[in-house]
Design a protein around this ligand. Structure first.
Ligand SMILES: *Cc1c(COP(=O)(O)O)cnc(C)c1O
Length: 383
């Protein structure tokens, strides 16, 4: 923002760049690759390499860094979810690999607790699986899960958001693992953002899950990348459904459109390496400083409540909650979002789904932008 050529490449085409105070969201292009990642991606240009082999060694390297049996780099956590369902349904049988998304003759149900339905569960259906809910809006019992598991079950899916308060009305991952494994079925976990504290990075596979995904967009890799962690068996099966299997083995799996390039693969390896050796105290203190910079101009403005978000778990530490009292300032939180968006420069924020307040994150803010966001909110309120 401080530089004169901010967003120039977009403006030159007539498109309008924005200041991203929302955080890592795909809507705005959810990540800026860090220097180490860009360097690795550039270095990858120097030669070609068979991607089936590169996927293998890159996955091995990540698995070793995280202390899990196996890993596999994918086109986002979304593709990891899709490939995992393909693996759960068709395994390593090449005829079945080529039959998907027609699931005739295969177990094709992915079970999910009604209260855990979420935005990305669509990725679980792309390879032909059917989502089947168990439990209801009020909660889930162990028997709900026991009764839902059948010959048609391909896997039970579980979602973890450790940065949010625990939902006491869903089965815990431990309960899901117990019951599902006792019935001889695998467990899939969406832990896309669970990369901090470091002991949570890969934790769910270590707890016994057969598969979990991670979104590499959250750790300074290209926004288009992610990876799977899991048992050797599941990761091997996923690789057979992937785009490299399609090309190198001449077996046409559903993963072909979810392609990544060698630069992205090396970028993910570099991102994981950096994340495991990063000074996280430093990272957190920078994020807290940016959040305080947003807050500073918002103190003591009548009708404005602004407070620090103290969460440091998962991928977006700190941030700021802002809400306005419409009776005092004359407009609502939604109006404030629109005013900021209509400003110059345009600042994007959003109102939380469950709480009627703006949830700002510093993840996507460049040099000097935190101050700019705080001042813009203050100016909008003061008119
Ligand atoms: C971002 C995200 C995804 C999708 O990841 P992509 O890498 O964008 O495909 C899935 N699940 C959760 C919880 C996420 O936050």
């Amino acid at each position: 923002m401080t530089t004169e050529n901010w967003g120039a490449i977009y403006k030159e085409m007539g498109a309008k760049p924005v200041v991203n105070a929302t955080g890592s969201v795909t809507l705005l292009g959810g990540s800026t690759p860090v220097a180490e990642v860009k360097a690795a991606m550039d270095a990858a240009d120097s030669a070609y390499i068979p991607l089936i082999e590169l996927e293998q060694v890159a996955g091995d390297r990540i698995a070793e860094m995280l202390g899990v049996p196996a890993a596999y780099i994918t086109s986002g956590a979304g593709s990891a979810l899709t490939l995992a369902t393909a693996a759960f349904m068709a395994g390593t049988d090449d005829d079945k690999v080529q039959q998907l998304p027609d699931t005739t003759g295969m177990p094709n149900e992915i079970l999910i607790q009604k209260r855990q339905r979420y935005w990305y569960d669509r990725c679980l259906e792309l390879a032909g699986a059917k989502l089947v809910e168990f439990g209801d809006e009020n909660g889930t019992t162990r028997d709900d899960l026991r009764n839902a598991i059948s010959d048609r079950t391909a896997a039970v899916h579980h979602v973890v958001y450790e940065q949010n308060p625990t939902d006491p009305n869903v089965l815990t991952l431990e309960q899901v693992l117990d019951i599902t494994h006792a019935a001889g079925k695998p467990v899939s976990v969406d832990a896309a953002g669970q990369i901090y504290p470091l002991e949570n990075f890969g934790k769910y596979v270590k707890m016994g899950a057969d598969f979990q995904c991670i979104a590499a967009k959250y750790m300074g890799a290209p926004h288009s990348t992610g990876f799977a962690l899991g048992t050797k068996e599941i990761i091997d099966a996923m690789s057979r459904h992937s785009f490299v299997g399609y090309e190198a083995r001449r077996i046409r799996g559903v993963g072909r459109p979810q392609k990544i390039d060698r630069q992205e693969i090396m970028g993910v390896v570099a991102a994981v390496q950096r994340w495991m050796t990063l000074d996280h105290e430093d990272r957190l203190s920078i994020a807290e400083g940016q959040s305080q910079a947003i807050l500073r101009p918002l103190k003591d403005i009548p009708g404005v409540t602004a407070e620090l978000n103290t969460n440091i778990r998962a991928h977006q530490p700190y941030g700021v909650f802002v809400s306005v009292d419409a009776d005092v300032v004359g407009f609502t939180n939604e109006d404030l979002v629109q005013k900021l968006r209509d400003g110059e420069p345009s600042i994007w924020t959003r109102v939380g789904l469950d709480k009627p307040r703006l949830e700002l994150h510093v993840f996507g803010l460049g040099e000097g932008e935190a101050e700019l966001v705080g001042n813009a909110i203050a100016a909008a309120v003061k008119g």
